[in-house]
Design a protein around this ligand. Sequence first.
Ligand code: PLP
Length: 391
Amino acid sequence: MAERIYFDWNATAPLRPEAQRASQDALALTGNPSSVHAEGRAARHVIEHAREEVASLVAARPADVFFTSSGTEANMLALSPAIETAGEKRPRDRLFLSAIEHSSVRAGGRFLRDVIEDIPVDADGRVNLAVLADAVARASRPLVSLMLANNETGVVQPVAEAAAIVHAAGGLLHVDAVQAAGRIPCDIGMLGADLLTLSAHKIGGSKGVGALVRGREDIHFPDPLIRGGGQERGMRAGTENVAGIAAFGAAAGAARRQLAGEAAHMLALRNRLEAGIYADSPKTVIFGAGAERLPNTTLFSLEGVKAQTAIIAFDLAGVAVSSGAACSSGKVQPSHVLAAMGVSPALARGAVRVSLGWTTTPDEAERFLGAWRMVASALSRSSRGQHGMAA
Ligand code: PLP
């Protein structure tokens, strides 16, 4: 039987070998990183080395990296009205979120619903900077959250331009870089991010580890989510996940060193896939195609083909892909990202997301195209049949 093809890297990536080794070595350590004896110091050393690697991935200072249990937790920690800076201790009065943020940002952290506002995106899924400028000008101490790249479309956001607008209005900018890190350059200073979220499992670390990174050292959270032993300099209590953090550090190091090569590799294969899909089904719509996108992601739809049916058909053909729609308790919700881009519900229902990674091969891309030919022709035939019956 042919090997399965994993094309769902935006959901999670496989563990990098470097990360697996680092995590196994760390699992063998006995000490608690907070203990002062040699065993404790050995565990502490692993964490601090990982902190340096994660900091390097986004060109931050190690002291500005705070490990969390996930990207979700880092987002939740960041979105606090209580954030203080050296010059501003009063609470942030408004939170602005782009309409295409991940659900962990859309939830609004610790802000009350009635002070949260959406910033729309254009048809290609890029945030509307003119609306952002008007919105932040109306607030006195705004916090803005804008992702660097969208998890469904891969569309890269104009973060540095947004940062200039937000800072001119006296605001702070949080950037969810979970999908962008390791795929495009992600320099916290060049982006102008005050806070930035990372997740280990998207870059080849293990699941259940993330980080919130500060772009300026005077940012302080008087209200950490988890209080207790004072770990992570008071930002996140609880004995650290040493093995998970070690794997995160190793993955971050590999991602940084190999970024240019991996990005070029993924882009060539993604372009091959899109060309093949278009050649075979010219009516396919690729979302965000007019914008800069991550090199590994394509989200497309063929009218009449339902994503859920396509995903099952792909799965049976040995290919793991996902839909642009979030499925919870068996009920398929239309994608809020595509809705914000003005895509019709009928087209959005067909959105299939294919996301590649550093181990994807040209042979897998060709086998995927073979599977797409079968799936697209079978499903468009059956949807034509269904329309016929309904009429
Ligand atoms: N932000 C984005 C853009 C994501 O795609 C995800 C995960 O899919 C998260 C945040 C959440 O990260 P985690 O899975 O580590 O909680």
